[in-house]
Design a protein around this ligand. Structure first.
Ligand code: ASP
Length: 598
């Protein structure tokens, strides 16, 4: 197709270009017809330029202009001129000029739009995803996709300058349990055999360390066949990274430098040189979760001793077994918020989701405890108020539970709700490290221990002698990076010793034979001089989501699946031809429900 190709973009012209003859290519964002004069806002990725078809236009030009509709793709040839006084729009980068059109070519027309192309598309999500190619034209999406590009580029630049190699690892590998369910790819050439899509390049990056590439990274796609939930994606992107001859603090320091660089580069935001480190247990005790939002101050306090001194039976029961806990926090008096019974019930419902039987509360009025459970603290007013640092008009919230973790997470949910409802959250980026995680957790359903992170993480040295006798108390050389209440990375120092690795497999219920069958290639590599190594994997989608102040990762992925794991645009997942199934030697065994439908 022959057409006038652009000489400038729609975002670049300023008053310095006055008088210049230019060609613009783009989309009709808005058009206004004022009788004999047409105004066209022409848009491309770079911005919007106002085009004018003036009243001296010839017939061909004004005929073409009158045909234009929103989202027609056009080419405009014309001359830049200054906008008349009063028409200047300083909010637009091109707001001081306009282009007086001499020729307009319609490059393509546009069908009836399913929604308007605006800054932020307010259409329902399935419609947005069905017409994602249009949704992506909205400037909000354009900005976020650009931000994602610069984010990844800043990472690449930083790591390349520090001797890291970017190495691709395969997308089709052996199915190796890593915690989630694998996506499988049937092999045509080897009937009955399957490749798996990697849940992460975990083992490959460890093997690269065994190969001597001591600093590796990859912007890696990971695949996990999990039930659709929230804004989880079946495929997501992480910065996968591994280093040899390092210890935990080397990995943490590198990440701190990396994020300082990236945030400065793309947001001009100064992060602290070091991020706070919080032990898992302290995070649970103080914030009620292992991904605390540090943008607000409310902290939970150990209330065991005061609860034991009170006369409230429920507190005593919770503490009786020795495994329970009572934790308290202070909800600060806040303008415009009443701690009414209804609101307290809302807080209690939040706590109950995590297993609390109830939420105990009392208020501070005239320097005394008042209402709720205050009657059980007779004579203890000053002690309670001062130990919690509560002030006049504040409300004390208490959760007691015979299981420490449930007590903490329940009150943690109250903390999170208060943060939002009382508008305590500062607009900032608060990173922290969570360290000293337990290495194993006991899976009651399966009746055995499982790795908290994955099975390749190193136990802390001091627990190695009691690894098998007391797995529950083993802490790992594991670390999570948390930002504004989201887990944005996790990693560990890895095991590089065959015997220790076998021991961990055994604790996680893999017999030596099974371990050999599934992970033989890793164990084999560990026989040939593996270096000590460790790494981490920050989630790209989540980080870009937080940086761009969005609530869903869908907003920062060009073509995401919806919440049900479906792509409303291409319709995947979809059935395939019988011929394709035959070639793969597959017979579909439909679940009962579907059999009835067909
Ligand atoms: N492979 C791990 C994950 O995806 C991260 C790591 O340990 O580096 O969670």
């Amino acid at each position: 197709m022959v057409f006038s190709q652009r000489t400038v973009t729609c975002g670049g012209l300023t008053k310095a270009d006055d008088g210049k003859r230019v060609v613009l290519n783009g989309w009709v964002h808005r058009e206004r017809n004022h009788g004999a004069i047409f105004f066209i806002n022409l848009r491309d990725r770079y911005g919007i330029t106002q085009v004018v078809v003036a009243d001296d236009a010839d017939k061909e030009l004004s005929d073409t202009a009158s045909k234009l509709k929103m989202e027609y793709c056009i080419s405009v040839t014309g001359t830049v001129r200054l906008r008349p006084e009063g028409m200047i729009n300083l909010e637009m980068s091109t707001g001081e000029i306009e282009v007086k059109a001499e020729k307009i070519e319609i490059l393509s027309t546009c069908a009836t739009l399913p929604f308007m192309i605006e800054d932020e598309n307010k259409a329902r999500e399935d419609l947005r995803l069905k017409y994602r190619f249009l949704d992506l034209r909205c400037s909000g999406m354009q900005k976020r996709i650009a931000l994602r590009h610069y984010f990844v580029k800043a990472i690449r630049d930083f790591l390349s300058a520090r001797d890291f190699y970017e190495i691709e690892t395969p997308t089709m590998i052996r199915s190796t349990p890593e915690g989630a369910r694998d996506f499988l790819v049937p092999s045509r050439l080897y009937p009955g055999k399957f490749y798996a899509l990697p849940q992460s390049p975990q083992l490959m990056k460890q093997l690269l360390m065994c190969s001597g590439f001591d600093k590796y990274f990859q912007i890696a796609r990971c695949y996990r066949d999990e039930d659709a939930r929230g804004d989880r994606q079946l495929e997501f992107t992480q910065l996968d990274l591994e280093m040899s001859f390092v210890q935990r603090d080397d990995v943490l320091a590198l990440m701190e430098q990396l994020f300082c660089h990236v945030f400065k580069q793309i947001l001009d935001y100064d992060l602290p040189v070091h991020f706070r480190r919080i032990a898992y247990k302290d995070a649970m005790n103080q914030y009620g979760c292992d991904k605390p939002d540090l943008r607000f101050e409310v902290e939970m306090k150990d209330f065991d001793a005061l609860a034991a001194k009170s006369t409230f039976g429920a507190f005593h029961e919770a503490l009786a077994s020795g495994k329970g806990a009572v934790r308290a926090l202070v909800a600060p008096k806040t303008e415009g918020v009443e701690f009414t019974r209804k609101y307290i019930q809302e807080l209690e419902s939040a706590a109950k989701i995590y297993g609390a039987h109830g939420l105990a509360w009392m208020k501070v009025a005239d320097g005394k405890l008042n209402g709720g459970v205050s009657k059980y603290f007779e004579g203890m007013d000053d002690e309670v108020i001062s130990s919690l640092g509560a002030g006049e008009g504040d409300m004390i919230c208490i959760v007691a539970h015979p299981q420490w973790k449930k007590c903490c997470t329940s009150l943690g949910a109250v903390r999170s709700k208060l943060g939002k409802d009382l508008k305590l959250i500062r607009p900032s980026f608060e990173f922290c490290w969570i360290i000293d995680f337990p290495l194993f957790s006991y899976n009651e359903d399966k009746g055995h221990w499982e790795a908290e992170h994955h099975m390749f993480s190193m136990p802390q040295d001091r627990f190695i002698p009691t690894l098998e006798s007391d797995p529950g108390s083993v802490l790992g050389d594991l670390y999570d990076l948390v930002l504004n209440g989201y887990e944005v990375a996790s990693g560990s120092i890895r095991i590089h010793d065959v015997e220790l690795q076998r021991k961990i497999f055994r604790i996680c219920n893999f017999s030596d034979e099974e371990a050999e069958e599934k992970f033989g290639f890793l164990l084999n590599a560990f026989r040939f001089g593996p270096p000590p190594h460790g790494g981490i994997a920050p989630g790209v989608d989540r980080l870009v989501m937080i940086i761009s102040q969005q609530e869903s990762i869908h907003e920062v992925i060009a073509f995401p699946k919806n919440t049900f794991g479906v792509d409303p645009m291409d319709g995947s997942p979809e059935t395939v031809d019988q011929k394709q199934l035959d070639e793969l030697h597959l017979i579909i065994n439909y679940p009962k429900k579907e059999e009835k439908q067909s």
